[in-house]
Design a protein around this ligand. Structure first.
Ligand code: SF4
Length: 369
């Protein structure tokens, strides 16, 4: 039975949808094209598809997905490096589930497991520490994938391993930082973005202030959004109002979770355990200071120091447009492989593997619509 509050929420959502559509249509009339808005977060990509908002707004907003899925933005050479690590004698790879099926040049971690390599799916980095403690004769390597949201938990695991003086635990840090990637996108002349829908989770860690450079340096309107339909529409409305007035600000449309300066404890862990490093992003290329490497004090837990393996350039899978999808230059159905050679059961690129990937979201929801 539907409660008063569910009905009220539905009514609010419907009213907000009408306002967003009419404002976007008025802006489109003025610009002579639909305003281009990028949702940066993979969870927003999925929410837009799941709630049907993407198709409901398609006529008046040009919504593009950005580099917000951590598995998807992991560069092909990093995937190959992980496969190489998995094939080292005595190594157990501990990783989040999505990573296992991402194809590299010589197969995937799933394939490596069939070949006899030890791959263990973990739900938290601390589980990998426990795995190392119960396997003292093996080397446990945790694959550190993700943005500012997951890196603090990895940092905590490293601190725990250090406190326990664990000798058989290390991490391969392929973490990525969102603000430098947004600066790259904002400066890209091919994209011509009118606004950015900012990620609620990353903003909860960094705070609103971490994104004000978008308005100040790039004159780009932005709004931080939560994850239900009402949250997303509220943030879109704030963005469209800015675009209509010709203003550029960073609005916090998710104040129940995001503060001005973020989560200080998480930021402190990041500072203590990691330092900034260049990172290679699928689709966006090498971005200075957009990654995290372990600080000197924790270098003993750095897998890339323990195994001096070569990080060789690797091409993306043939025909796969994941790079362009992640940069907002094309939509998943524009890839010739979409739904034909590339499906969630037989993925060619990471955007079809990950639960937060654009291609997987389009495949699942747009086809059901
Ligand atoms: Fe890559 Fe498959 Fe998406 Fe094409 S449909 S861009 S091959 S993941």
């Amino acid at each position: 039975m539907e409660t008063w509050s569910t009905n009220h929420q539905k009514e609010l959502t419907a009213r907000l949808l009408v306002r967003v559509k009419s404002l976007a249509a008025a802006i489109a009339g003025k610009l002579g094209r639909r305003p281009v808005i990028m949702e940066v977060c993979g969870t927003h990509t999925v929410a837009l598809a799941r709630t049907g908002l993407r198709s409901l707004l398609a006529g008046c907003i040009d919504l593009r997905s950005g580099p917000g899925c951590p598995v998807c933005v992991t560069a092909p050479e990093e995937i190959d490096y992980m496969l190489c690590l998995a094939r080292q004698p005595g190594v157990i790879i501990a990783t989040f589930g999505d990573m296992v099926r991402v194809p590299g040049s010589s197969g995937s971690l799933e394939k490596a497991r069939i070949e006899g390599c030890q791959i263990q799916v973990c739900y938290s980095p601390r589980e990998a520490v426990t795995l190392a403690r119960s396997n003292p004769d093996r080397e446990v390597v945790f694959l550190g994938i993700g943005f500012e949201t997951t890196a603090p938990a990895v940092g905590l695991a490293v601190k725990e391993a250090a406190a326990l003086s664990l000798k058989n635990f290390s991490i391969y840090s392929a973490h990525k930082l969102v603000p430098p990637a947004l600066a790259t996108l904002a400066a890209d002349p091919d994209l011509k973005l009118d606004g950015l829908l900012l990620p609620g989770h990353v903003s909860a860690i960094l705070g609103r202030r971490a994104f004000t450079f978008l308005a100040r340096e790039y004159n780009l309107p932005a709004a931080i959004a939560g994850f239900d339909a009402l949250d997303i529409l509220g943030a879109l409305l704030e963005l469209l109002l800015q675009i209509q007035k010709g203003e550029a600000q960073v609005n916090n449309a998710y104040p129940r979770v995001v503060s001005e300066t973020g989560n200080h404890k998480a930021q402190e862990i990041l500072r203590e355990v990691f330092s900034l490093a260049p990172a290679n992003w699928r689709g966006l290329g090498l971005i200075p200071l957009s990654g995290l490497k372990l600080n000197t004090a924790y270098e003993a837990f750095d897998a890339s120091h323990r195994w001096r393996l070569e990080l060789k350039p690797a091409p993306p899978p043939a025909g796969c447009l994941c790079g362009s999808v992640l940069k907002g230059l094309c939509l998943p159905p524009q890839c010739a492989l979409f739904g034909r050679r590339c499906t969630p059961l037989r993925p060619v690129g990471p955007c079809m593997v990950s639960s937060e990937g654009s291609c997987a979201a389009y495949y699942r929801y747009a086809r059901e619509a």
